[in-house]
Ligand binder design. Structure first.
Ligand SMILES: [Zn+2]
Length: 573
């Protein structure tokens, strides 16, 4: 993030009229308190559009802005700087000016003169700095990573050969785990996973080998296969790292460890279970770089952001995020907490696990061994005079009832719940033993969501949808009881053709598709009425303007943000 003197930034924003002096000063104090960069705070609140902000900034700094998702990066120029240096300095050399022969460098902070001087010296001639965003720089970093793929495979194969040779000399499991080639294989798999933006690594024991898969943007990809003789030593290596018993092969084991790479570190949760052909391991990666993003960045449209903002302005009641595991509920809750995190409120959470460390939020980890469950954690929280409570998940009647009581007695409660859509949350609460009049009284807003992969902007192309596709969209709308005539179907669809940047998948990153049920007075009345059922709740919610996740997805398809296949895939999960 650019390091601009706050007075200068204040000047720029005030002049552009995007914020008034008082609000800026408040945000500045808030940023200091949260130890965030004030630019980050302003952007995460969606006060100014990111692109517009960078244009303003470039103009006032007198530096050109470069958008690396549009401008082609010259790979020869790129490789003049090693990746590590480029990452450390947050720069990408993306070309050479034909007239001046200066190197064109995209920089996160183009007024950092020390880096400008350093680069001129290192590259052997003057450079021309351009203002770039973090996204721009990531475009460049991902180009470095493509070469990594080839290096990764060769070096794993090399280590496997060496390890098999060493194994022939009869080492114990403990010795094998410390063996240099095994250490190298595990290091390689971990660092490659991190640079591939993987969230999980799966090691599967097959009859004739070991399969390694990464989950990237929610989808499992086969990465490499190795001879099965290697597996016991790799499992032992991971067990040593996470302080698990290496002689235990018949019971499941869970552990965790911290892995350091470059300047940052990643927390890794390990789960090992015995399977027929050997031990299966799943490593979940919690990258520390994960930070709360604005509701807009999550994929919410402006009118939806407004609904959420209104719901969390209340000092009591419940705001619920729902969807299956891996649908991004936790990220949404963290974004909301980040908005609510102000000096005058006491926020306490009980989570399983704590995925993101938030300054000034008191976070408690569920720990069954120590007797901390969602329900009794919540009870202790209530004795700590909180204003806002986040309960990681409501999955039983006890937790549901205590949460409802908390929400009734002047606390804003945020939580997540496993239901497929927003309206179903209401009967689910009743099923868990909460009285309908209480459900009706406490729930402010329910947000249902799924994550779709975003079309890669480097290889996006349009096409005309087939008649069959249009027919299945109409059928889906009909199944949702949406009059297809009320929805304008897009005439042009988009997809990623596949390119080097997206590793030939056509996708890059993920965003949410949402459905927001705002519990109005009419809906409250319906919940406690004799005639309540899911169908008439859906009908009323639609009448009041609720759009289903599928419709939200269609809107994103129309704008080329995702593909129709993605929307169908996640809707049917
Ligand atoms: Zn692409």
């Amino acid at each position: 993030m650019i390091n601009l003197p706050p007075e200068k930034l204040r000047d720029i924003l005030l002049k552009a009229g995007v914020i008034d002096a008082q609000s800026f000063d408040e945000l500045r104090i808030e940023a200091e308190r949260k130890q965030q960069n004030v630019v980050e705070t302003i952007l995460s609140k969606g006060i100014v559009n990111k692109d517009y902000f960078y244009l303003l900034l470039a103009k006032s700094l007198g530096v050109p802005r470069v958008n690396l998702s549009v401008v082609k990066i010259d790979e020869t120029a790129l490789r003049l700087l090693p990746e590590e240096l480029a990452r450390k300095r947050k720069v990408i050399v993306f070309g050479e000016d034909e007239m001046t022969r200066k190197y064109k460098v995209a920089m996160e902070d183009p007024i950092d003169l020390e880096t400008v001087d350093f680069l001129s010296l290192r590259l052997g001639k003057p450079i021309e700095p351009f203002l770039a965003t973090e996204d721009d720089l990531n475009q460049g970093f991902s180009l470095y990573e493509q070469r990594l793929t080839e290096d990764f495979k060769t070096s794993i194969e090399q280590s496997v050969k060496e390890s098999l040779r060493a194994k022939a000399q009869g080492a114990t499991l403990e010795e094998a785990a410390q063996d240099i080639p095994i250490v190298a294989i595990v290091d390689n798999l971990l660092s490659y996973a991190i640079s591939s933006r993987a969230s999980d690594i799966h090691f599967e024991a097959l009859e004739d080998g070991v399969l390694v898969r990464y989950r990237i943007d929610g989808i499992l990809h086969e990465i490499i296969r190795m001879p099965k003789e290697i597996l016991p030593a790799i499992v032992a290596r991971i067990k040593i790292l996470s302080s698990l018993r290496i002689d235990e092969h018949t019971h499941p084991q869970d552990g965790r460890f911290r892995y350091k790479i470059g300047g940052s570190s990643v927390d890794i949760r390990v789960s090992i279970i015995p399977t027929f052909y050997g031990e299966k391991m799943v490593l979940r990666l919690f990258t520390a770089a994960q930070k709360p993003v604005s509701l807009t960045d999550l994929g919410l449209f402006e009118d939806q952001v407004k609904l959420i903002e209104d719901a969390i302005e209340k000092t009591y009641g419940m705001v619920l995020a729902c969807g299956p595991t891996g649908s991004g509920k936790t990220t949404t809750l963290y974004s909301i907490l980040n908005i609510l995190n102000r000096p005058e409120v006491n926020i306490i959470t009980v989570e399983d696990p704590i995925e993101y460390d938030m300054r000034y939020v008191n976070q408690m980890q569920v720990n069954n061994a120590a007797g901390i469950t969602f329900a009794n954690g919540l009870r202790s929280i209530l004795r700590q005079d909180p204003n806002i409570i986040m309960v990681g998940e409501i999955r039983d009647g006890e937790t549901a009832n205590i949460s409802v009581q908390a929400a009734l007695t002047g606390h804003l409660v945020l939580s997540s719940i496993h239901t497929n859509d927003a309206p179903t949350v209401i009967p689910r609460f009743v099923d868990m033993g909460v009285q309908p009049f209480l459900v009706s009284a406490v729930i402010n807003t329910i947000l249902a969501q799924r994550l779709v992969r975003k079309v890669c902007i480097d290889c996006i192309e349009s096409y005309v949808p087939s008649k069959e596709m249009l027919a299945s969209i109409e059928k889906e709308l009909a199944d949702l009881n949406v009059d297809p005539r009320s929805v304008k179907l897009p005439g042009t669809f988009y997809k990623g053709a596949g390119c080097k940047v997206c590793n030939h998948t056509g996708f890059m990153g993920r965003m949410g598709i949402f459905e927001i049920l705002n519990v109005s007075e009419e809906i409250r009345k319906l919940i406690i009425s004799e005639s309540f059922n899911l169908d008439n709740l859906r009908t009323l919610a639609r009448k009041e303007g609720m759009k289903t996740m599928f419709e939200d997805g269609l809107k994103k398809v129309e704008r080329g943000m995702t593909t129709i296949e993605e929307v169908f895939r996640v809707i049917r999960e």
